[in-house]
Structure formats: structure tokens, C-alpha cells
Design a protein around this ligand. Structure first.
Ligand code: NAD
Length: 288
């Protein structure tokens, strides 16, 4: 399969705007779709600001910024956005029913050869594929936040995903100057299956009074050379997101080793979700 010229990115939030940014910067025409015109407006403004940052760092030129923005077309109508594209990347919120509904609609609205990729962090690709008539062309293309900066794309093959589809997605990731890594479709893939138990264990350490949050993070930064401690990282990801992914692992494997720490559950119940609410394991000044 040849690399597509036009790609639809569905969902223009945190991940969708980053994905649209890197695709357009590397020459692809992007149909960026969201249900909210305000989100689309904000996404284009964010992309502009992030391109400016790349100019300041000497990574791109002003002309490249103009060309990149010129390749992004905003849509609120899904059918119009999908018309004529050869590849779809879905980045709507992490809700199973919503994603299943999106994949049913993609299947009905695009030609059968169009590849349907999901940026999901934890939902089964095999399950998303099962509601389409092209399971061999459904795949996970898991980018990391912030997309313009992070080098990895986890390429997740579902039970029926064809080798041809995997190769195309790897080629697309390389065209974006990212490194694709192949993984199979099991709960949490590799990234979250390794990361989330580490974060959970750090929370258990805090819960059991082994050390303070600062001390736990310092051990992992200075002793393991992690750029950020696990509790600080959990605050950045969002404690609700961490709890959700741990529950996916716990339910997916039925293995108590993934049991979310009760302190994490309680913090989410209290609305202490991390940086986004101003309070998690640390406090944040929201006006900064
Ligand atoms: P987000 O909430 O920032 O953005 C989702 C966007 O989808 C919103 O703008 C929303 O308006 C839009 N949307 C909702 N329903 C829609 C519909 N029917 N059609 C079109 N647009 C619709 O979410 P996000 O953080 O960008 O996450 C998106 C996906 O990426 C999730 O599956 C998440 O698990 C995954 N992911 C997130 C991160 C992260 O760090 N945020 C990292 C990797 C993967």
C-alpha cells in the first residue's frame, strides 16, 4: 500500500491537534474533525503556537509554518471530512461505546481499502475492528504526548490486522520522523502495562508511609535516571486517567497485581486529579 496523501484526524483535543501538527508539517493534507467548532479553533491556535516554538528552536522556518497550517482543513461534519481521505486516525475521548460508534461510522463512510487507526491508550483494537467489515485494516497507532516532541509510536496489531497494514503504519510513522514499535493487542499494550504498575507502586509506597511524595520521586529521578518521578508524572497524566488504565489492566487480566491503590481511588473521588485540577500529589498554581 502506498502512503496516503490525505489523512483524517478525528478529535482535535490534546492528541488530535498534535497528530494533525506532525502530519501537516511532514507534507500530508489533514482533514481535522471535531464536534466542537471552538475546539477546532483552539486546536489551530495551539498548532500555530507550537510551530512558533519550533521556529524559535531553529527546527523549522516561517515558510514551513505557513505551509503546514495551509495543509490543515477543519471540519465539524464527519462525512465531509472523510470524503476522499485514504487513512483515518481516531483521537476521540477514551470511551468504549463512543469509539465503537466512531468505527461503525468510519466503516460506513469510507471506501473499504481505507485504513482505520485508533490512538487509544487502552481499548482493544480487536474489539474496535470487530464492528467494521475490514478488521485487517484496523490498527492502533498510539502516539505520546506532546506529539510533536515524543519519538515513539506504538503500532498495535489486533487479532485480524494484516501485515500489509502494519507495514503501512510503520512507514507512515517513519515519514513523521517517529520510531514505530510493534506490539500486540493486549490490555495496556506495552507502554501502559509497564508504566501504570510503576506509578501504582509509587502510590502504594506513599499510602503505606514508606516515604513522602518528594522522596519517592527523588529516588526514581536520581537513582533510575527518570526525567520525572512517578507521582509527578501521574499528576501530569491525570489521576483519573491512571485509575482508568489500571482498571483496564485489572479487569483485562484478572490479576491482583494490577489492583489500583485505594489512595488513588480516593484521590479521584475527591476530584484531586493532578495538574489539571490544581491538586494531586502536588499542588499547582492554575494561573501559572
Ligand atoms: P481530549 O478530550 O483532549 O480530545 C478529544 C476530542 O474529541 C475533544 O476535542 C472532543 O470534542 C472530540 N470529540 C468527542 N466526540 C467526537 C466525535 N463524535 N467526533 C469528533 N470529535 C469528537 O482527549 P485526548 O487526551 O486527546 O485523548 C484522545 C485519545 O488519545 C484517547 O483515546 C486517549 O486515551 C488517547 N491518548 C491520550 C494521551 C494523552 O496524554 N492525553 C496519550 C496517548 C493516547
Amino acid at each position: 500500500m502506498a502512503l496516503p496523501e490525505s489523512i483524517a484526524v478525528v478529535g482535535a483535543g490534546t492528541m488530535g491537534n498534535g497528530i494533525a501538527h506532525v502530519l501537516a508539517l511532514h507534507g500530508f493534507t489533514v482533514h481535522l474533525v471535531d464536534i466542537s467548532p471552538q475546539v477546532l479553533e483552539r486546536a489551530l491556535a495551539t498548532i500555530g503556537r507550537n510551530l512558533d516554538r519550533q521556529i524559535r528552536k531553529g527546527l523549522i522556518t516561517e515558510a514551513e509554518k505557513t505551509a503546514t497550517l495551509g495543509r490543515i482543513r477543519p471540519y465539524t461534519d464527519l462525512a465531509a471530512a472523510l470524503s476522499g481521505v485514504a487513512f483515518v486516525i481516531e483521537a476521540v475521548p477514551e470511551q468504549v461505546e463512543l469509539k465503537l460508534d466512531m468505527f461503525r461510522r468510519f466503516d460506513a463512510l469510507t471506501a473499504p481499502e481505507v485504513v482505520l487507526a485508533s490512538n487509544t491508550s487502552s481499548i482493544s483494537i480487536t474489539r474496535l475492528a470487530s464492528v467494521t467489515n475490514r478488521a485487517e485494516r484496523v490498527i492502533g497507532m498510539h502516539f505520546f504526548n506532546p506529539v510533536p516532541v515524543m519519538a515513539l509510536v506504538e503500532v498495535v496489531s489486533g487479532m485480524e490486522t494484516s501485515e500489509e497494514t502494519v507495514c503501512l503504519v510503520e512507514e507512515l510513522a517513519r515519514a513523521l520522523e517517529k520510531t514505530p514499535v510493534r506490539v500486540r493487542d493486549f490490555p495496556g499494550f506495552v507502554s501502559n502495562r509497564v508504566l501504570m504498575p510503576m506509578i501504582n507502586e509509587a502510590i502504594w509506597c506513599l499510602y503505606e508511609g514508606v516515604a513522602t511524595p518528594e522522596a519517592i520521586d527523588q529516588v526514581m529521578r536520581l537513582g533510575m535516571n527518570h526525567p520525572m518521578g512517578p507521582l509527578r508524572l501521574a499528576d501530569l497524566i491525570g489521576l483519573d486517567v491512571c485509575l482508568h488504565i489500571l482498571n483496564v489492566l485489572y479487569e483485562g487480566f484478572r490479576d491482583p497485581k494490577y489492583r489500583p491503590c485505594p489512595l488513588l481511588v480516593k484521590m479521584v473521588e475527591a476530584g484531586r486529579l493532578g495538574e489539571k485540577t490544581g491538586r494531586g500529589f502536588y499542588e499547582y498554581n492554575q494561573h501559572q
